[in-house]
Ligand binder design. Structure first.
Ligand SMILES: *Cc1c(COP(=O)(O)O)cnc(C)c1O
Length: 963
């Protein structure tokens, strides 16, 4: 290349600041020329014209209708480098102290090969939940490793992948035991006193609405009198003590109760597993397996059970099955989209979980292997023993001599001083009470840290060999992680290639648009992502003192303020760590509000039949009764039916949950009437805000009738899906519900309500992503993004309507940000199904749209604002080509059971095999409409789901099965 090209600019080159593209131009796919073409096709002159034509005038924010930006609290946007510089300033306001607070959060060393190739790699972090298993084999294998790791370490038969955090996993363990225990009808559940305070708080939140009575009890004194359906203990305890629970478990079983054990996975490399001690279920977190603390999250919780309970597991479970050629293949087993099918009968409301973080933890275990993990654990334990020895040597009493990594020191009246002295030495300890200090070691703890802590107590290290601290009856003898997945990738080269091999099997946003209705798979910009691995955000303990956390808390405050502005609500809580948890927190606020007004009998929740499945599941979790409201043939809520249901339940009406714009992809024009009718009857309005991408800058749920909404920051606000999590599901509320926003036992100044997540600010460390997005877009950019998303959805609706009829449109023939393509008639006439079309798209290099939700036999397409016209047209061309393939089936040219659609997806290998099909290999793998698009080879052929459910295998299959 000529150097000239790099250095010479035209003499007349204008000032860079005026030509440099603003970030909104990088985020938004269509440029002005493309946008003009899009608007031409949909027949509106301008984006503003689109706003008035699509959004009902009654709710369109007057301030935003073309004049001004209306979002007064949002800052003027800055470019990527300026935003990163501001974030660096905020980061510099945090102090990364040595964290020895413990309580379920430990500093950890993420292997750099994992940081760069998973956490910072869009092939992993931009992936969607693996509902299309044929193009998701990489992340499914990684999750199967996670399940195997958890099952091995806990001694359980089956683990899921994965839970939102340890505290919510404990709550799910409690409700699972209640479902599973057919022998006991008791409402009582025994919780040991030595559990983490945040775990206890979330258990209390969950128990009360379900009529479960928590019995706090020190189980070292045996079990309490009376009946109870379950017992929950922690291993090791919050105080650090390691207790042998075998007898307790046996006695609980004799009493007809089941037992859940919250277990630390690193400790389990040295300690006998709860499974071997007889536990029925294990729960916990995998944070310390290489996932940064991140001021509370995100990290993956886990839940593992004996096989008798495997069909009761909430969340996602990866299983092994076979594909159309009989080759082994992975898929989500049993509860795939469980909530959508079972709704109010679902086992839980968990949808988005923590897939990316589960994958990091699994790879951490693969990279270290059982011997590596054991030596990490041994080092952690030896640091704790040296600490204990030094303390005892200088006369400080410890609460126990049996511990793994955590020591509780008894210093009557001196605890505050000791913690302050340690702080001066750069170490954060846990102030348990005025007399007790907790100190937890982790893999980053050095002898110098131990010296600093001992110094804070006025003690020093002894010369003697510290005493053993693991009870001999509990020393682990069983093997774990013997599968090749945990022995083969111990060099960096091998791990690097393994990660690349896996991600190459998957379609993520780095390869194709992911046109998933309701899930808003938009750009996750690199500048938004960069700061998540900065240590000043990543290495903060959620209970670190405020003096260490000014920077991250200023991010929290900004995001809260900006979301208040965008939603029109009065206050926002960032604690819920998924949309489903936001629903739960919002409904709890409604419930507590009614109770506070002496109307606690209000317990009916109206939910339109089109709702996302989590809505009904969340309502049940807060003790509400679900009453379904019908939809009209045009997709709108049937207002007559709604009024009838309101009349019928007038005295007991608690709330309506309504998604806006609806999951049918239209702005219902009667939304204000609907809200008013519910309010008139004394009910509250929950607006599911998952579709906020169609509202930002145009209308505000807090102004058009909502009392509370959750938002999905992993949809509208650029947090990546990570293959099924992380998520952030904040709720906005109007002032009367503000006193009921989530609180936290270890943090004052939040809402007055109850804790719903383990950490005060949920998945705090990824709020920087949303912060950067809003900071770089500004009010004008956000509004343009919304309108572009609507324009692109309408463009697709226009282009595809004659090939696949668009099921629902609003008053002016417009859709919102997504559209539903109806294949039911085509299926009836030709036998070709939505599955066939979805799988066939993989042969064209595309990820399929949402299948059969919210209407069976349809595809829901959402392009988002981030896709440019070339990609949108390529998708439409592929869909149109697929339509002509369907016609060839319809005309009888190809038999319904042997054609490129039914045969899809086609692997390279399938082409190399004998070929006895009425279509050619070229038609199979290189259809004309593939055009110049890069060929993505699916890793497996169509997977037999039923086979996998009948023969449930949920851990790594033996290596022979790969033959
Ligand atoms: C995604 C979604 C949810 C659930 O959010 P999660 O973050 O997956 O828990 C709820 N409602 C609607 C309409 C959604 O699209």
């Amino acid at each position: 290349m000529h150097l000239e090209c790099l250095v010479s600019a035209p003499a007349s080159r204008p000032d860079l600041s005026s030509t440099a593209r603003v970030f909104a131009d990088r985020h938004i796919g269509p440029d002005s020329e493309e946008l003009e073409r899009i608007l031409h096709v949909i027949g509106v002159p301008t984006l503003d014209g689109l706003a008035t034509k699509s959004v009902p005038a009654a709710i369109l924010d007057a301030a935003t209708a073309g004049v001004g930006d209306g979002l007064d609290l949002l800052p003027t946007p800055v470019g990527e480098h300026d935003a990163l510089a501001e974030l660096a300033d905020r980061a510099a306001q945090n102090t990364v102290a040595v964290s020895m607070i413990g309580l379920g959060y430990y500093d950890t060393l993420t292997p750099p090969v994992i940081t760069r190739n998973i956490l910072e790699n869009p092939a992993w972090y931009t992936a969607y939940t693996p509902y299309q298993p044929e193009i998701s084999q990489g992340r499914l294998e990684a999750l199967l490793n996670f399940q195997t790791m958890v099952a091995d370490l806990t001694g359980m038969d089956v683990a899921n992948a994965s839970m939102l955090d340890e505290a919510t996993a404990a709550a799910e363990a409690m409700t699972l035991l209640r479902r599973a225990n057919r022998a006991s009808k008791s409402p009582r559940f025994v919780v040991d006193t030595d559990v983490f305070p945040q775990t206890l708080a979330v258990l209390e939140t969950r128990a009360e609405p379900l009529g479960i009575e928590l019995v706090r009890h020190d189980v070292t004194n045996g079990l309490p009198d009376g009946d109870f359906f379950g017992v929950l203990v922690q291993f090791p305890g919050a105080s650090g003590v390691v207790v042998n629970h075998e007898d307790l478990i046996a006695r609980a079983h004799d009493a007809g109760a089941l037992v859940a054990v919250g277990a630390d996975l690193l400790a389990l490399t040295l300690l006998k597993s709860p499974g071997e001690s007889g536990a029925d279920i294990c729960f916990g977190t995998t944070q310390r397996f290489g996932v940064p603390m991140g001021y509370g999250g995100p990290h993956a919780g886990y839940l593992a059970v004996r096989s008798a309970h495997s069909r009761q597991l909430p969340g996602r479970l990866v299983g092994v099955s076979v594909d159309a050629d009989g080759d082994m293949a992975y898929r989500l087993a049993l509860q795939t989209r469980e909530q959508h099918i079972r709704r109010e009968k679902a086992t839980s409301n968990i949808c988005t979980a923590q897939v990316l973080l589960a994958i990091v933890a699994a790879m951490y275990a693969s990279y270290h292997g059982s011997d590596g993990l054991r030596s990490i654990a041994t080092q952690v334990n030896s640091r704790a023993r040296a600490l204990a020895d030094g303390l005892r040597g200088s006369g400080v009493a410890l609460t126990t001599d049996s511990f793994f990594d955590t020591v509780s020191a008894f210093v009557p009246g001196r605890a505050v001083d000791v913690v302050a002295a340690a702080k001066r030495a750069g170490v954060n300890l846990r102030l348990v009470d005025a007399d007790t200090v907790g100190i937890s070691c982790d893999e980053t703890t050095t002898p110098a840290h131990i010296d600093a802590v001992l110094g804070a107590f006025g003690a020093g290290r002894t010369d003697t060999d510290p005493a053993e601290s693991l009870p001999s009856s509990l020393v682990r003898e069983s093997e774990f992680l013997t599968h090749p997945a945990f022995t083969r990738h111990r060099t960096e080269t091998s791990m690097l290639r393994y990660l690349r091999m896996l991600s190459d099997k998957d379609i993520a946003l780095d390869r194709s648009m992911i046109p998933l209705g309701s899930c808003t798979m938009k750009l996750n910009a690199t500048a938004e992502m960069e700061s998540i691995t900065w240590p000043q955000f990543a290495r903060l303990h959620p209970f670190a003192p405020d003096t260490d956390t000014a920077g991250i808390r200023s991010i929290v405050a900004d995001v809260e303020k900006w979301l208040v502005d965008i939603t029109g609500y009065d206050a926002v809580s960032l604690q819920p760590n998924a949309g489903s948890q936001g629903e739960y927190a919002g409904l709890l606020a409604i419930r507590d509000y009614h109770v506070g007004r002496g109307e606690g009998h209000r317990d009916v929740c109206l939910i339109p039949s089109s709702a996302h499945g989590t809505n009904a599941a969340s309502a049940v979790m807060v003790g509400m009764k679900v009453v379904v409201v019908a939809c009209r043939t045009n997709g709108d809520v049937d207002v007559d039916d709604l009024r009838a249901k309101i009349d019928q339940h007038a005295d007991s009406l608690s709330a309506i949950m309504i998604t806006y714009p609806s999951t049918h992809g239209v702005y219902e024009h009667e939304i204000d009437d609907i809200c008013a009718a519910v309010h008139d009857a004394g009910g509250q309005v929950y607006v599911d805000g998952a579709n906020l991408n169609a509202l930002v800058g145009l209308a505000r749920p807090g102004r058009f009738g909502g009392d509370v909404s959750h938002l999905n920051l992993h949809k509208t606000f650029c947090i990546p899906h990570g293959g099924g999590g992380p998520g952030v599901g904040p709720i906005g509320v109007r002032a009367h519900l503000q006193p009921y926003l989530p609180g936290h036992p270890l943090r004052d100044g939040l809402g007055g309500g109850r804790a719903v997540s383990a950490a005060p600010f949920g998945s705090a460390s990824i709020l920087t992503i949303t912060w950067a997005y809003i900071r770089m877009m500004g009010a004008v950019g956000l509004r343009r993004a919304t309108l572009t998303a609507i324009a692109s959805a309408n463009y697709i609706a226009r282009r595809l309507d004659e090939h696949f009829p668009v099921l629902y449109t609003g008053e002016n023939g417009m859709v919102a940000h997504e559209c539903i393509l109806d294949l039911r008639d085509l299926t009836k006439r030709t036998g070709v199904t939505v599955d066939d079309v979805a799988k066939r798209l993989a042969d064209y290099g595309f990820h399929a749209p949402t299948m059969s939700f919210p209407v069976a036999g349809t595809l829901m397409v959402e392009p988002t604002e981030s896709e440019d016209l070339d990609e949108i047209d390529a998708f439409c061309d592929a869909m149109i080509a697929i339509r002509s393939e369907i016609d060839r089936v319809g005309s009888g040219e190809w038999p319904v059971d042997d054609n490129p659609l039914r045969g899809a997806p086609h692997t390279a290998r399938s082409l190399a095999r004998d070929w006895n099909h009425p279509y050619t290999r070229e038609e199979a793998a290189f259809p004309e409409a593939l055009a110049g698009r890069a060929k993505v080879w699916p890793a497996v052929r169509r997977i037999d789901g039923a086979h996998g459910d009948r023969n449930l295998v949920c851990s790594c299959p033996p290596i022979e099965s790969f033959a």
